[in-house]
Design a binder for this molecule. Structure first.
Ligand code: AMP
Ligand code: GLY
Length: 428
């Protein structure tokens, strides 16, 4: 079958790498793709909001399945449009994607269907004074979240009233997130270790991929600004087998059932962002897509036919045996541009990309190919992933960092402690 993959980040390069392994694959197209995906298929230059053009492309190229990577086209309704045109899609329609697109909806859904999460309160833009009174009476730290999509920047952890007042004012008065900040969710702060689980679902049945752990902060030991994610590893030992069962029973099952009951059946990858707290596993957030960089660490540790998994979900008849955990482990370290997640320069040549060993995958995230040379073109530039067929996470980490020593670009920075939380657990 011919497949069209939508997106251009490290996640999409990893998805392309795994889809390209499938015996079922005919041609792979990636829209718009990046220099990494261009090595696995054909990049297509169409605009992401040109739904009509994309549908025509599908019909002209005999596309059997469209896989949508990023949240924005999902929340905007690309799946709806393509499905209406008779095209099979892996990725939820707009109403189901709202589980990520509108945090207040996700919180109310969790409350209604008894999915454990932080206590919360929602305020609308015209309730500024009420929100301030609420913040005055609250305990700290607390978490303030813009309701809509804010490119990973809409969450502020506030240590005291003054920080919260400042954050609220920026959202409601300064409108720093535009319409995404028309409402805010104010949430109880949860402490614990975070983990990510991807549930691949046809809406009713689901299959969980091995758990991963992301590293959201820019600096070592979880310091500095929140980013889209600076590295990940999988499997994450913080999620034990019995916890995985708890996650399936108490979180994934009720939320998928709730989505059906609310007429928002979810077909695609439900990203479960979890906090392992002293009082049980709670949901930090749901996303309507694969996570980035987690996908870059999770896909190398599964075997079988990943395309069959996605296609069977899109068809509404999930193949529970399509893939399984391969017994290995993987560590992905993100190489970012100096300044990220704030402003950064791009256009620097990247060297050392051809000097990688077996067991290393260098996923492109923000890169550009100009006359055969690769240049930086984003905040997160590369995801250097090392994978092993066994569970030797220490060696996997070492291999990833040894590869990074050979790669260089002006302003390159990366965290040096990816996977350390797991290594501390293993050795204790
Ligand atoms: P989100 O975009 O909702 O995933 O939030 C981004 C990050 O903020 C999460 O990965 C957590 O590290 C942190 N965070 C969000 N909500 C909470 C919460 N209620 N308690 C503690 N940390 C949180
Ligand atoms: N790595 C976090 C996310 O994909 O949302």
């Amino acid at each position: 079958m011919n497949v069209l993959l939508i997106g251009s980040g490290g996640r999409e390069h990893a998805l392309a790498y795994k889809i390209a392994e499938s015996h079922m694959l005919g041609k792979l197209f990636i829209l718009p793709g990046n220099p990494g995906t261009a090595q696995l298929g054909s990049n297509v230059s169409l605009l992401l909001d040109d739904y009509d053009g994309i549908a025509k492309f599908c019909s002209n190229n005999d596309i059997t399945l469209v896989v949508i990577g990023p949240e924005k086209p999902l929340v905007d309704g690309m799946s709806n449009y393509l499905r209406t045109n008779g095209i099979k899609v892996f990725g939820p329609n707009a109403k189901a994607a709202n589980i990520e697109g509108q945090k207040s909806f996700a919180k109310d859904l969790m409350k209604k269907y008894n999915v454990p999460s932080a206590a919360y309160k929602i305020f609308e833009m015209d309730e500024y004074e009420q929100a301030i009174s609420y913040l005055k009476e609250s305990e700290y730290p607390l978490v303030l979240k813009a309701d809509g999509l804010a490119a990973g920047k809409g969450v502020v952890i506030c240590q005291n009233f003054f920080e919260a007042q400042d954050a609220l004012t920026k959202v409601f008065v300064g409108k720093v997130f535009g319409d995404a900040g028309n409402q805010v969710v104010i949430e109880e702060f949860m402490s614990g270790e975070e983990a990510t689980v991807f549930a691949i679902t046809d809406g009713e049945n689901f299959f969980c991929l091995p758990p991963a752990q992301d590293h959201k902060r820019a600096g070592d030991n979880d310091t500095g600004r929140n980013t889209g994610g600076m590295g990940a590893y999988s499997p994450a030992p913080v999620v034990t087998q019995s916890m995985m069962e708890e996650i399936e029973e108490k979180i994934i099952k009720p939320v998928l059932k709730g989505l059906i009951l609310e007429d928002r059946k979810f077909i695609g990858c439900l990203y479960c962002g979890l906090m392992i707290t002293d009082s049980g596993i709670k949901v930090v957030e749901f996303n309507c897509r694969f996570g980035d960089p987690e996908t870059q660490a999770v896909l190398p540790v599964i075997e079988g036919d990943f395309l069959q998994l996605l296609y069977s979900a899109a068809e509404g008849n999930l193949d529970m045996d399509a893939v399984k955990y391969n017994g290995g482990c993987a560590v992905c370290v993100v190489a970012a541009s100096k300044g990220y997640p704030d402003s950064y320069k791009k256009g620097f040549e990247i060297s050392g990309l051809d000097q990688t060993d077996e067991g290393i995958l260098v996923f492109h995230a923000g890169t550009k190919n100009i006359s055969g040379k690769i240049y930086t073109d984003g905040g997160r530039v590369l995801g250097v992933t090392s994978y092993l067929p066994n569970s030797d996470l220490r060696t996997a980490k070492l291999n990833a960092y040894n590869t990074l020593k050979r790669i260089n670009f002006n302003g390159m920075y990366y965290r040096s402690d990816i996977a350390d939380k797991a290594l501390a657990k293993i050795s204790s």
